[in-house]
Design a protein around this ligand. Structure first.
Ligand SMILES: [Zn+2]
Length: 64
C-alpha cells in the first residue's frame, strides 16, 4: 500500500499556492489577501470562458 503521508508525518504543509509562502490561517490556503485575490481573479477569468449550464432564462427580456 502506498502512503501519501509526508516523511516527517505531519499534515501536508500549508503553503500558498500562489507564491509558496507559509499560509496564514486567516487566508487559507493562501498567505495573504493579495494571493487569495490573485487566485480568485484567475479562477473568475477562467470561469468566464465556460458557458453556464444553469441559465434558467429568468433575466431573458424576450420572456417578459
Ligand atoms: Zn502567497
Amino acid at each position: 500500500m502506498t502512503s501519501l503521508r509526508t516523511p516527517d508525518g505531519r499534515n501536508r504543509a500549508a503553503v500558498c499556492p500562489e507564491c509558496g509562502a507559509s499560509a496564514e490561517i486567516a487566508y487559507q490556503p493562501f498567505c495573504s489577501k493579495r494571493c487569495a485575490d490573485l487566485d480568485l481573479h484567475r479562477w473568475l477569468s477562467e470561469g468566464y470562458g465556460i458557458p453556464s449550464a444553469e441559465e434558467d432564462g429568468e433575466a431573458d427580456p424576450s420572456y417578459l
